[in-house]
Design a protein around this ligand. Structure first.
Ligand code: CA
Ligand code: CA
Ligand code: CA
Ligand code: CA
Length: 285
């Protein structure tokens, strides 16, 4: 009887899997489930155009072609997902979704700063828990050949009658005006106290071999390239990187960061991955 149940369960599982896989297949063999719409169809006129010069190029900055970022969220609370694009050498842009896959450029009306600094990743979160989405922009702010800059925190001040959100830059006020080589930030409540904390992923700008023996750099701190963990203390963010035991040395080559229910996984372009157990707040490399 047990064997029968197992066989039956196995058959049901196999049938379910086949049904699932068949549902994923395009209706017509060879046809795509997705359709590419160009910017003339959607209104999403944005290009992260890069122009290399003799003073600033791939040889001067090895992450020159890493690209910008895109954030999605309902910035004006109308039920439609809007988009925010970051640019390296151009302007960051915010597009509001007007429905039916149509977007309008609302950048100027929203007050998003335009200073030609090198923006990288963008994160969308309601940092002050007021029901309005806020935007955090990472930047490369301390490298020769680029304007000096710091990461930006755009806090939504409200939504106008025209449905356009308004932002104010508050990174200094919140303690998040980090200036170095940032890649991406992720907001999450690591200490389970109900407010959003921040992991800031940074990168270095030289090859690993130029820094000497790797083992001598572990447990050291670099103010520009080292990763950071910030605790949200009632709206002011405190750097708790060292206390949390996070490696923030100069040889961090951060490319992406993901938060899951159990562990925080930080992926580097080198051969090591950092796992942070959110319940025990410790590090395994
Ligand atoms: Ca919207
Ligand atoms: Ca907010
Ligand atoms: Ca928290
Ligand atoms: Ca807190």
């Amino acid at each position: 009887m047990m064997q029968y149940n197992r066989a039956l369960a196995g058959l049901m599982y196999t049938c379910s899997l086949l049904l699932f896989l068949s549902a994923c297949k395009p209706a017509t063999p060879g046809a795509s489930l997705f359709e590419v719409l160009d910017d003339n169809a959607t209104g999403l006129h944005f290009t992260n155009k890069l122009t290399a010069t003799s003073k600033f190029n791939l040889f001067r900055y090895m992450y020159f072609y890493n690209g910008g970022g895109v954030g999605a969220g309902d910035f004006n609370n109308d039920g439609l997902v809007d988009l925010f694009f970051t640019a390296n050498q151009g302007d960051n842009k915010l597009f509001l979704n007007t429905g039916h896959l149509q977007f309008k450029d609302a950048t100027k009306a929203t007050g998003v700063p335009q200073d030609s600094a090198w923006s990288t990743g963008v994160s969308v979160a309601d940092i002050n828990n007021d029901g309005l989405l806020d935007i955090y922009i990472c930047r490369v702010g301390q490298i020769n050949g680029l304007p000096r800059s710091h990461n930006l925190l755009l806090v939504c001040q409200g939504i106008g009658k025209d449905g356009v959100p308004a932002y104010a830059e508050k990174s200094h006020e919140y303690g998040l005006d980090f200036s170095g080589f940032s890649t991406q930030a992720v907001f999450f409540d690591y200490d389970h106290d109900g407010d959003l904390d921040l992991y800031l992923l940074n990168h270095t700008i030289h090859d690993n071999g130029t820094f000497g023996v790797r083992a001598t750099l572990l447990n050291t701190h670099n103010p520009l390239s080292g990763d950071r963990l910030y605790r949200n203390d009632e709206g002011r963010f405190t750097d708790v990187t060292a206390a949390a035991g996070i490696n923030s040395s100069v040889i961090g080559y951060g490319l992406g960061v993901v938060v899951a229910d159990i562990i925080l996984v930080i992926l580097y372009c080198s051969d090591h991955v950092t796992f942070i157990n959110l319940h025990m707040v410790n590090i395994v490399e």
